[in-house]
Structures are given as C-alpha cells and as structure tokens.
Write a protein that binds this ligand. Structure first.
Ligand SMILES: CC(C)(COP(=O)(O)OP(=O)(O)OC[C@H]1O[C@@H](n2cnc3c(N)ncnc32)[C@H](O)[C@@H]1OP(=O)(O)O)[C@@H](O)C(=O)NCCC(=O)NCCS
Length: 173
C-alpha cells in the first residue's frame, strides 16, 4: 500500500457536488466539424475533458489529471450552428480519485429544440506539489439521486478496476 502525503485538513472538508458543478457553453463552428457537417468527436472529447477537469479541480482544490475516460456515448449527432451545453458534476470520490459525469445537450438556435447528445464518465486523480496522488475531500450526498448515483458509480468503478487488473495480468509481454 502506497503512503500518501496528507492534504491539509481544511482542504479535506467534505463538499457537496453543487460546489463544483460546471456549466460550459459553446457553439459549433465549421472549424469544429467533420466532412459530414457534424462536430468532430475529438473536439467534443476535448471540451468534455476540460469541463470535467475544472469540476475535479474545484472539488479537490488540487491539480487533477485525467486517469481514464470510463465511458463516452455519442447518442445523437451535433450539427454546425448548434449551441452546446456541457454539465459536469462529481458523482463519486475515492481516496485520491473522483468520478465526474458529463452530460452534453444541444439546442438548435432557430427551433429551440434541445437534444441530449453525449453522456460521459471520467476518472480524475488529484496530485500534490510532488505530482503524487493526494487525498480528496469526501462528497456530501444530499439528495436521493446523488446517493443512488454514488452507489452506481462505486459499483461501476469496482468493475473497471477489476477489468484493468485482469488486462494487466493477461497482456502478452
Ligand atoms: C493517474 C495517475 C496519477 C495514477 O497514479 P498511480 O501512481 O498509478 O496511482 P495509484 O495506483 O496510487 O492510484 C491512485 C488513484 O488513482 C486511481 N487510478 C489509477 N489509475 C486509474 C485509471 N486508469 N482509471 C481510474 N482510476 C485510476 C486508483 O484507483 C486510485 O484511486 P483511489 O485513491 O481513489 O483509490 C498516473 O497514472 C498518471 O499520472 N497518469 C497520467 C495522467 C495524465 O497524464 N493524464 C492526461 C493529462 S491530464
């Protein structure tokens, strides 16, 4: 078991998700698009990573790095001209890691029609000044939904970590 440098007590005060929620808005320009006139996946992934990183750093008050993108589902295409809203929130905290959920919705500027386009889950790890994993504040769970999401994310994380271990063992060297 690795020894962790203690984060300051003040920095480890439990925090609610509402303290670190992030809303980012953008508009899809031709420079963001692929040959089909829809957003290039890599551009959207970059926006998702940025929204999630801000959320993780707000929660931990530390520099946080992306450890993994645990899920990224493109549910509907996003067109040039669409207004895009990314909502990022902390759904689970471990000792040094945080799971951030990001939902991406769009709105057509002419019709006002909104669409849910992407759901993503990312794991971030908070780092200390020596760039080593450091403890993060626990998450205060206020609502029934937050509690259910936390339990769901915890189960999901357990499965992911098991899979990672198995992959490491079975990888041909
Ligand atoms: C992520 C990183 C800091 C983990 O460092 P490490 O020394 O392997 O950390 P540990 O094994 O002590 O694990 C620390 C935490 O990270 C979690 N973790 C490590 N790798 C992970 C992964 N691939 N996915 C999800 N969580 C991961 C562990 O479960 C642990 O969580 P916990 O403390 O909440 O239980 C390290 O692998 C790293 O620096 N990766 C590169 C990050 C990067 O460059 N990102 C892109 C730019 S931001």
């Amino acid at each position: 078991m690795k020894k962790l440098k203690k984060n300051s007590a003040e920095n480890l005060q439990p925090r609610s998700a509402s303290e670190s929620n992030v809303e980012m808005n953008d508009i899809v320009l031709p420079s963001h698009a692929n040959a089909l006139g829809t957003i290039f996946g890599g551009v959207l992934m970059s926006w998702i990573d940025i929204a999630a990183a801000i959320c993780a750093q707000r929660h931990s008050r530390r520099i946080a790095v992306t450890a993994s993108v645990d899920a990224l589902n493109f549910l509907a295409p996003i067109m040039i001209g669409d207004m895009v809203t990314l909502l990022a929130r902390v759904v689970h905290t471990g000792k040094t890691s945080m799971t951030i959920a990001v939902n991406v919705t769009t709105q057509n500027p002419l019709t006002g029609v909104k669409k849910e386009c992407v759901t993503a889950y990312l794991s971030f790890v908070a780092l200390d000044s020596a760039k080593k994993p450091t403890e993060v504040p626990p998450l205060i769970l206020k609502t029934k939904l937050e509690k259910a999401n936390y339990a769901w994310a915890a189960r999901r994380r357990e499965t992911l970590l098991k899979q990672m271990k198995q992959q490491k063992r079975s990888k041909p060297s």
